[in-house]
Design a protein around this ligand. Structure first.
Ligand code: PEP
Ligand code: MG
Length: 591
């Protein structure tokens, strides 16, 4: 039966494919397709993993039987029996084999997929005791996965594709080509999302998350349709269901009828045609009708993204979120050499165009690693994140600063500091930058010049620009956090997502004043939050006087199209009217 789920639109476009449900605790399980010739080897890996766990249980059972009847814990004996039964369950084994042979999933993916299928059957059981056995199923799955990791070497994943092989069933349904896959999870951390950068998935859906959560931002940078905040999606959709993601409307259609499928197929083709049309603007300079030159920069997460930025026609990188180099490493931080090489790759990848590297911004919704997430911080967005974290760990910060300084010897680079708010933090930061230079001098290591900028993303910073303008060469407005902190709306919380409003008069005032003050002082200013890539806001930002926008490479051409159609001079008085209105959103439509 067709039904739809409404969430938040985060990455544009339409994706149509089969659902792959991933329990969030297991997203670090590799997902790739194997070749038909590897089927037996993959089944063997599962078999070896399972046998290792069975052996371990047998060993435990033996040691229990050697205990006296008093010490032998009865619950443990019963539990081990249940685990053994589950490990020998035909449905588990048979299902895993089917995912491998028919779908060519790698062993770990096949195991977690089948666990989801059986887990749902447990959920539906009336008997409470049986329902609770789902936890045992999850435990044995974890154990087998661990045993596989410790045991045999996995087959090398062939090149990732966004599709899986057609199954017998698909052929019966009339599918003749590979079928795209849509990932559905309760939650995905930014680090999980990074794993999927080279992934097989054609779209993402999560139950939780706000429009500018970092998970949504990474989804957008992947330039594939995604919906977050879809509440119960991971419970309502079943493994392998057909789903449509309408990334523009934030809607997920499950089990679509042929008519709906045809309609979205049409929309999908329209989107592709539009992209084709936009690509003609690639080499057109971004100049408004009245001759204002506009700088369109890229936001990147990894050095390799520089290539995408160049291909999209970016004239530089306005925000390299360096924290992605620090995530998903079980807390082991990248050393100076590793970081230096990464920044250098980004700088060289931009072929002489400037790269703005932001110092690490972890904390809040960007934990270093899921396992290190400390639940004691009830309000992580207000806690030890970004520059606060860096200043709390000077050795870590100095390592990063030295690496960036060294990389700056290889091309034009800027340093950007996130989340500053106090004059004392600014002075501490500059003193550590001087210290890092002195350390490199002492070691006789070459480094390059850096322009130093600050992010304006806390209202207090926007209201005390004088001190920022005194110290910094340029400012970059982080509207994602600026909105979060101005309106007291957690950017990751979908339950208050409707209140997260870039057009709130207070937000507009802070953005406009920052732009105006920078211009009055002759300092560079750009916007690098999601507002910069939102085409519905391009004219307003131009009208406020903004001339530098930094966004995901995939958004550059659409924003350029807006720029080419705009008359910045005429937009200025209109922008003033919008800002003066009680309901700026209403006024926006009247241009
Ligand atoms: C912002 O806050 O607008 C920004 C660009 O930084 P991040 O999204 O990484 O917090
Ligand atoms: Mg920010």
């Amino acid at each position: 039966m067709t039904f739809s789920i409404h969430g938040l639109a985060v990455a544009r476009g339409i994706a149509i494919g089969r659902a792959v449900l991933v329990a969030s605790s297991r997203v670090d399980v590799a997902h790739y397709f194997i070749e038909a010739s590897q089927i037996e080897a993959e089944i063997d890996r599962i078999r070896m993993g399972r046998n290792a766990v069975v052996d371990e249980i047998h060993r435990l059972q033996t040691s229990i039987t050697h205990m006296g009847p008093k010490e032998a814990p009865h619950e443990l004996t019963a539990l081990l029996d249940v685990h053994l039964l589950l490990l020998q369950d035909d449905e588990l084994i048979g299902g895993v084999k089917r995912w491998i042979t028919e779908r060519l999933y790698n062993a770990e993916w096949a195991l977690t997929s089948q666990m989801e299928v059986i887990g749902r059957q447990f959920d539906e059981m009336e008997d409470e005791y049986l329902r609770e056995r789902k936890a045992d199923l999850e435990q044995i799955t974890e154990k087998v996965l661990r045993a596989m990791k410790e045991g045999a070497t996995p087959v090398v994943p062939p090149s990732s594709r966004a599709t899986r092989k057609t199954s017998q069933q698909d052929l019966l349904l009339g599918d003749t080509v590979d079928v795209p896959l849509i990932l559905i999870a309760h939650d995905l951390s930014p680090a999980d999302m990074m794993q999927f950068k080279q992934s097989v998935f054609a779209g993402f859906i999560t139950d939780v998350g706000g429009k500018t959560s970092h998970t949504a931002i990474v989804a957008r940078s992947l330039d594939i349709p995604a919906v977050v905040g879809a509440r119960l999606a991971s419970q309502l959709v079943r493994q392998d269901d057909w789903v449509i993601i309408d990334g523009d409307a934030g809607v997920v259609v499950v089990d679509p009828s042929p008519i709906i499928l045809a309609e979205y197929g049409f929309k999908q083709r329209q989107g592709e045609l539009e992209r084709g049309r936009l690509s003609r603007l690639l080499h057109t300079p971004a100049i408004t009708l009245d001759g204002q030159k506009i700088e369109l920069l890229a936001n990147i997460e990894m050095p390799e993204d520089a290539l995408g930025a160049i291909k999209a026609g970016a004239v530089g990188v306005g925000l390299f979120r360096s924290e992605f180099l620090f995530m998903g490493r079980q807390g082991k931080l990248p050393n100076e050499e590793e970081q230096y090489q990464a920044y250098r790759r980004a700088i060289e990848g931009m072929q002489g165009l400037p790269v703005t590297i932001r110092t690490v911004d972890v904390g809040a919704d960007k934990p270093l690693d899921k396992s290190l997430q400390d639940g004691s911080h009830l309000n992580p967005a207000l806690g030890l994140r970004a520059i606060r974290w860096s200043l709390a760990d000077p050795a870590m910060f100095l390592t990063q600063l030295r690496a960036i300084l060294r990389a700056a010897a290889h091309g034009p680079a800027n340093l950007l500091i996130p989340m500053l708010v106090h004059g004392s933090e600014i002075r501490q930061t500059f003193s550590l930058i001087d210290h890092a230079r002195a350390e490199l001098d002492n070691r006789g290591i070459a480094y390059g010049p850096l322009k130093i900028g600050a992010m304006i993303e806390i209202p207090a910073a926007a209201l005390t620009l004088k001190v920022f303008l005194k110290y910094f060469d340029f400012l970059s407005i982080g509207t994602n956090d600026l909105i979060q902190y101005t309106l007291a709306i957690d950017r990751t919380d979908e339950s208050v997502a409707h209140l997260y409003d870039p057009l709130h008069p207070a937000v507009l005032r802070l953005v406009a004043d920052t732009i105006a003050e920078c211009q009055a002082q002759g300092k560079g200013v750009s916007v690098c939050g999601e507002m910069a890539g939102d085409v519905s806001l391009t004219r307003l930002l131009l009208g406020m006087g903004l001339r530098s926008f930094s966004m995901h490479p995939a958004q550059i051409l659409a924003v350029k199209q807006e720029v080419l159609r705009a008359d910045a001079g005429k937009l200025a008085p209109w922008a003033q009217q919008v800002m003066a209105d009680d309901e700026p959103a209403m006024r926006m439509t009247k241009y």
